[in-house]
Write a protein that binds this ligand. Structure first.
Ligand SMILES: [Zn+2]
Length: 286
C-alpha cells in the first residue's frame, strides 16, 4: 500500500515505491503544522484551457487541462522551491495523461517516447489500465495526485532516469501539500485527512531526496533543468523537511562558499542555513 494506494481501481497494481531506486530510507514523520485554507477568488476554470496532444503510445487525440500562464501570478515559493501562485495551484496541471492507454508524463516530456519504452508501457500499464475520463473542467487534488502517481508508475515501468522520477516525486509532494492546505478545518475528518496528507507528503519527499542524491552522483548537470548549486540547495531543503539537518548543513556550507552559485541560490542557502543551525541547536548538536 502506501503512496500508490488508490491506483488499483485504475488497473494499476503492485507498484512498490520501495523499489523505485532499489533502496529506501524510512520516512520520518514531522510534527503537524497548522495550515491555512486558501480560497480562490475566481473559478479555477477561468485560468485553464484544454490543450490538445496526440498520445505517442496509442495515437489517440487527447486534451489536457493546462494553465494559462499569462493569467496567473507567482507570489513566492516554499523552501523546497514549490512555486505559489496568487490565483490557484498550478502544479496540479503539470502532468498530461492519456485516458485510453494510461501513458502519463510531465507536459514537457509527454511527446517523447522511445519505441522500446512504448512497448514497456503497453505491456505493463495499458493492458490492465481501466479509467473513465470524468471530463473535468478543473482537476481536484485527488485527480491531480492520481495523475502524478500514474506518471511515476510510467517512469518506473520504462526505467527513467533517477532525476526524472525524483522530479515527479517532488511535484507529487507539492500537490499533496496543496491538498493539505485546501482541507476544510471544520470538516469532521479534517485531522485524519491532514495526517494522511502529511504521511504521504513525507513519503514523496523522501523518494525525491533519494532520487536527487542518486542523480547527483550519476548524472550530468543540468539535472531536471537545475545546475549543481540549485540541486544541492534542493537536496538540503528536502533534508530539512525530512529532519536531517546535518546533511543539509554540509551541502549548504558548500553552496555559500561556491564560486559558481548565483547570488539568488546563495541567499536562499543562507536563509536555510539559519533554520538548520536552529534545528541543530535544538537537537543539542552544536
Ligand atoms: Zn494513449
Amino acid at each position: 500500500m502506501g503512496l500508490f494506494s488508490g491506483m488499483e481501481k485504475f488497473g494499476i497494481k503492485n507498484v512498490d515505491a520501495k523499489k523505485m531506486y532499489e533502496k529506501q530510507e524510512k520516512p520520518v514523520e514531522k510534527q503537524q503544522e497548522v495550515v491555512k485554507k486558501t480560497v480562490p477568488e475566481e473559478p479555477e476554470e477561468n485560468f485553464l484551457f484544454a490543450k490538445k496532444y496526440d498520445c505517442p503510445v496509442c495515437n489517440t487525440s487527447i486534451t489536457s487541462l493546462t494553465v494559462k500562464s499569462s493569467k496567473v501570478r507567482m507570489i513566492g515559493s516554499d523552501m523546497d522551491l514549490r512555486p505559489k501562485y496568487q490565483q490557484m495551484d498550478a502544479t496540479k496541471y503539470d502532468i498530461v495523461m492519456c485516458p485510453k492507454c494510461g501513458y502519463a508524463n510531465t507536459a514537457k516530456n509527454f511527446p517523447m517516447v522511445m519505441p522500446a519504452h512504448k512497448k514497456m508501457i503497453i505491456d505493463n500499464i495499458s493492458k490492465t489500465f481501466n479509467y473513465k475520463d470524468p471530463q473535468s473542467t478543473f482537476y481536484s487534488y485527488d485527480e491531480a495526485i492520481m495523475r502524478y502517481k500514474l506518471a511515476l508508475t510510467n517512469a518506473m515501468v520504462k526505467n527513467s532516469k533517477d532525476s526524472e522520477k525524483a522530479y515527479i516525486c517532488l511535484k507529487l509532494a507539492w500537490v499533496i501539500r496543496g491538498k493539505a492546505e485546501s482541507l476544510d478545518p471544520s470538516s469532521a475528518s479534517y485531522k485524519d485527512d491532514l495526517e494522511e496528507c502529511k504521511v504521504d507528503e513525507q513519503g514523496a519527499l523522501q523518494l525525491a531526496k533519494d532520487g536527487f542524491i542518486n542523480a547527483r552522483a550519476s548524472e550530468d548537470f543540468p539535472i531536471a533543468g537545475m545546475d549543481e548549486p540549485t540541486v544541492d540547495y534542493l537536496i538540503s531543503a528536502l533534508c530539512v523537511e525530512l529532519d536531517d539537518p546535518k546533511t543539509a548543513a554540509k551541502l549548504l556550507s558548500n553552496i555559500i562558499v561556491s564560486k559558481t552559485a548565483s547570488s539568488r541560490v546563495k541567499d536562499r542557502a543562507r536563509d536555510l542555513m539559519a533554520k538548520v543551525k536552529k534545528m541543530l541547536e535544538e537537537a543539542g548538536e552544536e
